[in-house]
Design a protein around this ligand. Structure first.
Ligand SMILES: [Zn+2]
Length: 294
């Protein structure tokens, strides 16, 4: 009998703990690891790490390496100067723009049927209908599902060439989703966002050769995030994104560490404060019932 009672109390507490637990799932790493497999847009540079010292150094253990990378390699930030003369270079992007509410526009179902799919105005309309107006200062991410191909170059880009993205007739060899130019124009004209991101290699879709969505965003000094990882794990709304690029003087872009912290009220589907009150109430209730019955 004693064991049964203990078991009931234990199981109840265990279940409550599982419901309210705030584990590492609250912080989502949106960054790919930099290594020899790191992908880069055709014509750009890869990532190289040279070991300078890895071993004992007198009485110490000592590791130190040298790295070499293109600015637009792996998970990186495009500064507005990248494709628009006179706009902000990477060190001048205001720190206040590097943190903002996360918005995830999911086009993965149409992208699974069409690698040239784009975020269109109606995708943004549909997002707002369900989640409310895109908040000021937001960082808007396209989720196309392309992360599942990373780091397979052929599948991710639609081409295995790393020297050029066009053929001899200037037609793009690449196929992957991106932001359509009308959607980019709608966002900059109607909403007050600070950045955009994609789980592909370019803000513009693979078939673009004029990169006009890039230009539309950069004209308003809105930065871009490319090769963003783990967007399948980021919630549609209710997260705060931190996108912190290496601060390179006169950089056109830079490697960036991006994380999304899920807001407390999203974790349990109810306000965290309310769930704490609820927990306390249940705990008192269990003790009360226990005292009365046993
Ligand atoms: Zn770039």
């Amino acid at each position: 009998m004693y064991y049964t009672r203990s078991m009931i109390v234990c199981l109840t507490l265990h279940a409550l703990h599982a419901v309210c637990e705030h584990d590492n799932g609250d912080i989502i790493d949106l960054t790919y690891t930099f290594d020899e497999n790191t992908l880069f847009f055709p014509g750009h540079e890869g990532f190289v790490q040279e070991i300078l010292h890895r071993g004992t150094y007198g009485p110490l253990w000592f590791e130190s390496n040298r790295i070499e990378t293109g600015e637009h390699t792996g998970t990186h930030m495009d500064a507005p100067a990248h494709l628009r003369e006179g706009q902000l270079r990477i060190e001048a992007v205001p720190a206040s723009h590097l943190v903002g509410p996360g918005v995830k526009v999911d086009i993965s179902s149409k992208a699974s049927m069409d690698p040239d799919a784009q975020v269109e105005i109606n995708d943004i309309m549909a997002w707002e209908e369900e989640n409310g107006r895109i908040p000021d200062g937001a960082i808007v991410m396209m989720f196309s599902g392309w992360g599942k191909f990373y780091p397979n170059r052929t599948a991710y880009f639609g081409s295995d060439r790393n020297d050029s993205y066009t053929d001899e007739n200037d037609v793009s060899l690449l196929n992957f989703p991106g932001f359509s130019t009308p959607a980019a124009e709608w966002l900059v004209e109607n909403r007050n966002i600070v950045g955009v991101g994609v789980d592909t290699s370019s803000l513009d879709f693979g078939q673009s050769t004029n990169f006009s969505s890039h230009v539309v965003f950069f004209e308003q000094n809105i930065f871009g995030l490319e090769n963003v990882a783990n967007l399948d794990k980021m919630p549609t709304t209710g997260s705060t994104i931190y996108a912190l690029p290496m601060k390179i003087k006169d950089g056109s872009g830079a490697p960036v560490r991006i994380i999304a912290i899920v807001n407390d009220d999203v974790i349990n589907g109810v306000s965290a404060t309310a769930s704490n009150y609820f927990l306390t109430f249940i705990a008192f209730f269990i003790v009360f019932v226990y005292k009365i019955l046993f």
